[in-house]
Structure formats: C-alpha cells, structure tokens
Design a protein around this ligand. Sequence first.
Ligand SMILES: Nc1ncnc2c1ncn2[C@@H]1O[C@H](COP(=O)(O)OP(=O)(O)OP(=O)(O)O)[C@@H](O)[C@H]1O
Length: 246
Amino acid sequence: MDTALSVEGLRVWRGRSEIVRSIDLTIPSGQVVALLGANGAGKTTLIEGLLGHLPTKAEKFELFGKDVRGAKPWDMVRGGFVVVPQDRYLFTDMSVAENLAVAARRAGRRQDRSFELEELYDLFPRLSERQGQYAGTLSGGERSMLAIARGLALQPRVLVLDEPSLGLAPIVIDLIMSTIKRIAQSGLPILLVEQNVNQTLAMSSWGYVLESGEITASNDSDSLLGSDVILSGYLAVDVESAEGGS
Ligand SMILES: Nc1ncnc2c1ncn2[C@@H]1O[C@H](COP(=O)(O)OP(=O)(O)OP(=O)(O)O)[C@@H](O)[C@H]1O
C-alpha cells in the first residue's frame, strides 16, 4: 500500500514546552484518516509541527517516501502537503475569486493539477454564487468552504483539514462533511481533524485519538466508533448519536 505520510516518534514543541510526544501516524494513499481529540489535546500543535511551523524531532517523517524532517512550511506545500487551518486565514479584503486565484497562482503550472477552478465551484456552488464578495463578509460556513477550496487550489497530494466544522450549525456541518466525502472520492488522501466524532469516523477508514499530546487509541474507524475510548465520555461531544448510529 502506498503511503502519503508516515511519521514515527514525532515530538512537537511550543517554546520550551513539549506539547506533543511519541506520535506514530500514517496516512495511506487514497484514504481518509481521522484525528480526534478534545479541546487542548494538541491537534493543532501536531498539525503545525507536521507543516514545519513549530520545532519538531522525529525518528521518521516521510511525505510520499521522501524524508522531510526539518522541511520548511513552503517546502511541505510544494511537496503537496496542504493544511486548511482552523483559523481559516483568508484574505478578508479580497473577493472569493481572488482568494482562489492567489492559491492557484502559487500552485503554478504543476503537471499533476487535479483541481481546476471550475471543479472547485462545482464542489461549492455557494462560493460560485459569491465569487465577487469579500471573504471578510462571508458567513462562518462559507469561510470554511472557501478555506477548503483554497487548499484544493494549491493542488494538494495530501490534505489536512483542521476542524472544518468548528462553530457551524448542524445543517452547514452536514453540507461541509458531505463535500469532504466527495473530495475524498477523488482519491485525495485526507487527515480530518475533528471533534465531531460520529460523522468523522463514518467517513474515515482509520482513526487516531489524541489526549494530552499523545495518541491513546488507534484503530479502524468502525472499531473505534464502538470502543470504550470514544464512549467513555472524554470525547462526549457526540456520544448519543454515536450510540444511536444516526
Ligand atoms: N501559542 C501557544 N503557546 C503555548 N502553549 C500553547 C499555545 N497554543 C496552544 N498551547 C497549548 O498547547 C496545548 C495543545 O493546544 P492545541 O491548540 O494544539 O490543541 P487542540 O487539540 O488543537 O485544541 P483546540 O481544539 O481547542 O484547538 C494546550 O495545552 C494549549 O494550551
């Protein structure tokens, strides 16, 4: 099986504090992998470490088989590792179309382009309707959609989504999750970082649970969904629907 990302013994620091430790994590090609954890578990720190924004050490850190230990964020993006951050970081005084155009220009004339603008607007019709609107005036859901579309415009070979459903209404969450499912069907490997346990495990093949900076459970998503670690309550956000299977 091809592997998009493979990490062993990863440690990530913020200043002098080692926030994330002993991380072994694999994203197989063409699969959605879930990273679950409560507030403050270290999910964003782990992602920023993978992207090269924070100091790290690792026994192994490979992107499509290439050693990327010590790589800078832009090297990671050029290698196809694209993160859609929790804070979105949109260009708020630019339009939807301009936000996408900036990312598309950055991706340049890559031979392996797989997401053209038309397809992005097809995935997110709401953005198509709002092409001329300033990103700063979009709703929370539309911002999340634009952040994902902009990530895709960078032509990722592996996509990391940091809590794309954060702070959104259930109906908007459903829309975003179903669009992520469509994106995954294109074969793009995805690391989906969420607190939304039920929906995330339903669309992923494998899940990791992060607690206090360490992975405390790792299993195929079906097994994880019914396991004590999920149902015990510390990830209690979604337990009722997880039990009901709805
Ligand atoms: N800039 C920072 N400086 C120091 N410590 C930080 C900083 N940002 C986060 N932390 C600490 O690192 C730990 C992990 O935070 P992180 O944001 O990675 O967690 P998270 O799982 O992404 O949580 P959330 O879902 O709330 O964003 C927390 O204890 C947090 O207080």
